[in-house]
Structures are given as C-alpha cells and as structure tokens.
Design a protein around this ligand. Structure first.
Ligand code: FAD
Length: 606
C-alpha cells in the first residue's frame, strides 16, 4: 500500500526558519499568523490528509468516477471525506472573513493544498477548483451573489468549476463558440459545449456553480474570432434567486465523463449548456466603434485572475506528486534487497544489500528530494511576494512583478519536475512499479496531466518569454537578477557558502546571457523566442531554485553550527543543496547553447 506522511518539518523549516513569516506581521493576512496558529493548521491539515484523504486515493483510482443515467457519482468515501473536509473548515481557509472564511494568506492555503494534493489529487481538485471559483465570484460578483452563493461555496455546501475549454478551443480562446445572449431582465441565455471540466458534475454537493466564459454576439448575431466579446459568467446547476432561494434545474446537462489516463476519481465532464440562465460578471462590455481596434473585454480580467491562482495551484500539484512519489520510492528502497554495494557488501550477513546502497538509486531519490524541497521554498517565497505586492511596503511593486514572473515558471517547471520525480519513484520499484497494486504508477498517471492543463507547459514558456520578461521595460527580470546578485555579493566572502555562490553565479550568468540573447534576437524574429522559450523557462526554474538552495544551505549551516538537536535534517538540506549545484546547474550553459541555436533548424522542419 502506498504511504504519505505530511512533510511538516519541511514546512516548519521553510515558513519559520527560511522565510521567517513571524517577522512579516505587517503584511495583509499575516497579522494574526502566530507560530502557534501556523503549527496548529499544519499539524491538523497533515493529519486530515494522512488519515482521511490518502486512504481513499488508491481505491478512488480503481473505482473511478461513474456516469450512469445522466448522474455522476464519485467513488466510495469521497462524499463523506468532502463533508469532513468542509466541516473542518479547510475549504474556507483563504476566503474573505466577511463571507465566512478565515482570511489566511496564500502561503498557508498553498501549504495545506500541497498536502491534500499529495494525499489525493483527484479529491483535492474538487475543493481546489471551488476555491478558484469562489475567489473569482467574491471579486467580481454582485452583493447578492457574494451573500447567497459565494458563502455557500466557501462553507463547502456547494462546489464550483472553471469552464473554458471547448472541443475546438483550449489554448486559443479566440476560437470559442459558446455564446451568451442578453435578456430583457439583464440575465443571459448561454449556449454551447464545454469539455474537460474538472468537477463538472458529481454527488458531493447539491449545487454546483459554474464559472463560464462565453462570447456575447453583436446585435446582428455575429461572433468574432477574437477576445473582444469574451465575457465571464456565473451559471448555477440549480438556479439561485437574488433572495438566495434555490429554484429549478438550469439548462446545463452532463454529456458524459472522460475515460482518462489518471486522476480517475475526478469527474472530468462534458457540459452542454442549452440556453442556460447566466449572470455576467464584471463590467458591461462596450463594443468597439466602427473601424476601432477590438480589445480583450474587461470581463476577461476576472477569468485571468481565476486562472492565475489556478496556475500556481497546479504548480503546487507538481510539488505534491513529487513529494508523495519520493516518499514511496524512499520507503521501498529501504526494504528491497538487491545486489551488493560497489565498495563491498554493506550487510554481509544478508543475502543481498538494501537497494538504497546503489549510487544510481541514491541519485534518483536525491534528484526528487532536492526538487521537491527547493521548489517548495520557491513556491512559498512567491506566495510571500504576493502578500508584499498587496502591502504598503516600498518594494510592493517589485514583489508583484516577481510573483507574476514566477507564476508560469512554477506552473511548468514544477509540473515537469514533479512528473520526473514520479517516474523516478516508479523506477526505484523496478518491475513492481509497473504493477497497479503497488500504487506508485498512479502517481505517474495522475501527475502527467499537471503538465498540460491550466495552459500547456509550452504555452507557459511563451507567456514567460513573450509577456513577462518584457513587461515594464524588463522590470521583472531586473528585479530578480538584482536580488540574486545582491545575495551573491553578501555571501561572496563566506568560505562555507563558496559551493553555492559559485553554482548560483554560473547559473545566473547563463540566465542573464539567455535573457539578453532573447531580447536581441526574439524581437527581430519571434520564432527565436518561441524556439528557445521552453529551455529558457527550465533554466529560470533551475536558477531560482538554486538561489533558494543557497539560502536554505545558509540557514542549515547556521543551525548545525549552533548544535541543533536534529542534525540529520539540516545535513540533508546541505546534501540536497550541493546536489542542485553539482547536478542541475550544469544544465544552464547547455540550455543557453540550445537557446542561442535559434529557430532556423526547428522551423526548417516541415
Ligand atoms: C483531465 C483534464 C482536466 C481539465 N480540466 C479543465 C477545467 O476544469 N476547465 C477547463 O476549462 N479546461 C480543463 N481542461 C482543459 C485543458 O486546460 C486543456 O486541455 C489545455 O489547456 C490544452 O488545450 P487543448 O487540449 O485544446 O490543446 P490545444 O490548445 O489544441 O493545444 C495542443 C498543444 O499545442 C501546443 N500549443 C498550443 N498553442 C501553443 C502556443 N501558442 N505556443 C506553443 N505551443 C502551443 C501545446 O503543446 C498544446 O499542448 C482539462 C483537461 C484535462 C485533460
């Protein structure tokens, strides 16, 4: 049976020792965040994930979500677990206090989210999408929607979804066909088909609130292949009146659920909207005057807000799947006996040594550990920047730019690396990893979707290179490079930090070189930017994670020097930090060379 232990020590380390969140009480949401409160949340969330969510992960995968006679049912135990999750208030952690939430900062909600995703990704997506949906509704909805709908989503009484994808449009939302026609009472009739909708229908809650994007046709009924008329709507499964009364079933039916490679307990639905009653969210669109350029509608802002939160959440899923896979691989190689240590038997009295003696096995596990812990620090540092961005601190603007810059990096780098970690854990099991009963292949299947949904990773790379790098004259990469260079200067003379300073500097030189090359050659020929974007994103992921490792090594050195009572934990940090410098940083000059090869050969491919 697969195992999962919430990585509480690592969260304590990142939040308390690395980021020192106790010193951030001036940030929005951090005022009441005492060490005791953080400890209480981590311990109880960890316990819930270990004892309630993880035990139904494998059985949920075997049984899957069912679709029978138009009704979707989740696997055994999911409904009870969802009720327990909601009753414990886990779904309300980050929600606004005036709507019944605990108003805790995203650093805490993401920590809890990671544990839930690691314990049971299929399950955790139901409340995960609900939280993305209620956040968008709370930000853009009318007072009655906040009062009667958002509150019920926050309490867990109702769930929510995000409906963007259609058969002919996923990445390219301009091609969307779903349309919404305004009615005399100000509501809309929304018609179209949305596919691949996570939690699109299920039996966990009585009502489901769909957050849908659709086009508002011109008065002559025409819809355009651009974003100018795309708007953001709320479509409840059962209609909710302005007084909060729940009425008739809306015009949205479930066409079926997808048979998928993984996350089988998650109901991924086809939803057919047939003149469904919809409420437009956000400001009313103003159609362009004749001859005027068509721009994205204001309603898109609500959707992008929802997607940005969800992108970070998917990056965290990558870390989560890496963590649980690593834990299982680690446990297995400490039980399995195979071969002998290269330097002579480690346990001569046994028929063979434990699998962990082999350098290649240690390599696989250390690769995953150094990714998971480094990426966790990076994600938490990013969530701290998000809070700074909303504060009155002088570096608020820079923090916002850094958080924006890191969003596609976290989404793509962490999900690619999380998948690598899952695959390596399966390798640790040998052939047994390929056998379903052992549970580790589920992590590979579940973790694979993280690289694709919420914007395919190649599209994230284009977002990074095409949008984020150049914004405000390159202010975001300047801010990042400035911070890393500042750290290098500060630690340059410290002998104990030499391996990290050297490694980070090497990575940063390559990253700055690539940034300059893309600025010079990507503008002249956009294919150069497109062909190098993926390598650039990976390089940025490696370098910023290396910087996190340098910072963590410094904390670990100090703790060891002070004679900490858990030296193994801190020594483990030093080993992982060194691994990242020795084994990941060398990719950077190689990635630079690939980027500088440009687009010619790639584009010559017919
Ligand atoms: C299990 C599951 C759950 C999902 N949940 C939801 C959900 O809840 N709500 C929702 O709305 N959608 C959901 N999706 C849809 C998902 O977000 C899309 O599948 C994804 O965004 C890609 O869109 P597509 O499948 O149409 O691929 P396409 O847009 O056809 O793209 C195909 C491939 O082309 C490449 N590509 C496309 N455009 C570019 C570009 N500009 N630059 C570089 N490469 C490019 C990428 O490699 C991409 O993978 C889900 C999908 C799955 C499988």
């Amino acid at each position: 049976m697969p195992i999962y232990r919430a990585p509480l020590d690592d969260y304590r380390f990142v939040l308390n020792e690395l980021l020192e969140i106790d010193k951030q009480r001036d940030l929005p949401g951090y005022a009441d965040l005492t060490p005791d409160l953080v400890e209480d949340i981590l311990v109880n969330a960890g316990k819930f994930c270990e004892e309630v969510l993880q035990p139904i992960n494998q059985s949920g995968d075997e049984e899957g979500a069912h679709f029978e006679n138009g009704v979707v049912r989740t696997p055994k135990g999911f409904k009870e677990a969802y009720k327990a999750y909601s009753d414990a208030g886990w779904g309300a952690l980050g929600a606004p206090a005036d709507l019944g939430g605990a108003d805790l900062p995203i650093s805490i909600t993401m920590a809890v989210g990671e544990m839930a995703m690691a314990a049971n990704q299929s399950f955790a997506m139901y409340p995960g999408l609900t939280s993305a949906a209620y956040s968008a509704l709370a930000a853009t909805g009318l007072p009655w929607m906040r009062e009667h709908i958002a509150k019920k989503m926050i309490s867990g009484e109702w769930c929510g979804t995000m409906c963007l994808t259609e058969p002919g449009c996923g990445t390219d939302l301009r091609l969307m066909k779903t349309r919404a026609v305004e009615q005399p009472d100000g509501t809309y009739k929304l018609t179209g088909t949305k596919i691949f909708i996570s939690g699109g229908d299920h039996d966990l809650t009585d009502n489901i609130i769909h957050m849908v994007i659709a086009k508002i046709p011109d008065p002559d009924g025409q819809i355009h292949d651009d974003l100018s008329t795309v708007n953001f709507f709320m479509v409840p499964k059962f209609i909710v009146g302005e007084d909060g009364k729940v009425g008739a079933r809306n015009g949205v039916t479930t066409g079926g659920i997808e048979k998928k490679m993984g996350i089988k307990a998650q109901a991924t639905c086809v939803l057919n909207f047939d003149e469904a009653t919809a409420w437009r969210l956000g400001p009313k669109p103003t159609p362009p005057k004749p001859g005027e350029k068509r721009h994205s509608s204001a309603g898109m802002a609500g959707m992008f807000g929802m997607m940005n939160g969800a992108r970070l959440g998917v990056g965290i899923q990558g870390i989560a799947i890496g963590e649980v896979a690593y834990q299982n691989g680690y446990a297995y190689v400490h039980e399995r006996r195979v071969g002998r240590a290269l330097t002579g038997p480690a346990e001569p009295g046994e028929s063979a040594d434990l699998e962990i003696v082999h350098p290649d096995v240690k390599r696989m596990l250390l690769h995953s550990k150094s990714f998971v812990e480094g990426a966790r620090a990076l994600a938490m540092w990013t969530t701290l920047n998000m809070a700074v961005a909303h504060s009155s601190r002088p570096d608020a603007e820079a923090a916002g730019l850094l958080a924006d810059l890191m969003t596609p990096v976290l989404k793509a780098f962490c999900t690619d690396m999380g998948f690598e970690a899952a695959n390596l854990a399966m390798q640790c099991y040998g052939g047994h990893g390929y056998i379903r009963d052992n549970g580790v292949e589920q992590f590979v299947r579940d973790g694979r979707i993280n690289q694709t949904y919420e914007g395919a990773n190649g599209v994230q790379a284009m977002d990074l290179v095409g949008r984020k790098l150049g914004r405000k004259g390159g202010a975001a990469p300047f801010a990042l490079f400035g911070q890393i260079n500042g750290w290098l200067e500060e630690n340059g003379k410290d002998e104990a930090m030499a391996p990290y300073v050297k490694g980070i500097k090497r990575g940063l030189d390559a990253l700055q070189g690539a940034t300059l090359w893309l600025a010079q050659n990507g503008l002249a020929n956009p294919n150069n930017a497109g062909a190098g974007a993926y390598d650039y994103l990976r390089m940025m992921g490696i370098v910023v994670t290396a910087w996190m490792w340098g910072r963590m090594a410094k904390v670990a050195n100090a703790k060891l020097a002070a004679g900490q009572d858990d030296p193994a934990f801190y020594k483990g940090k030093i080993t992982s930090a060194k691994y990242w410098m020795e084994r990941m940083i060398p990719e950077c000059p190689m990635l630079l060379e690939r980027i500088q090869a440009g687009a010619d050969t790639v584009m010559a491919f017919e």
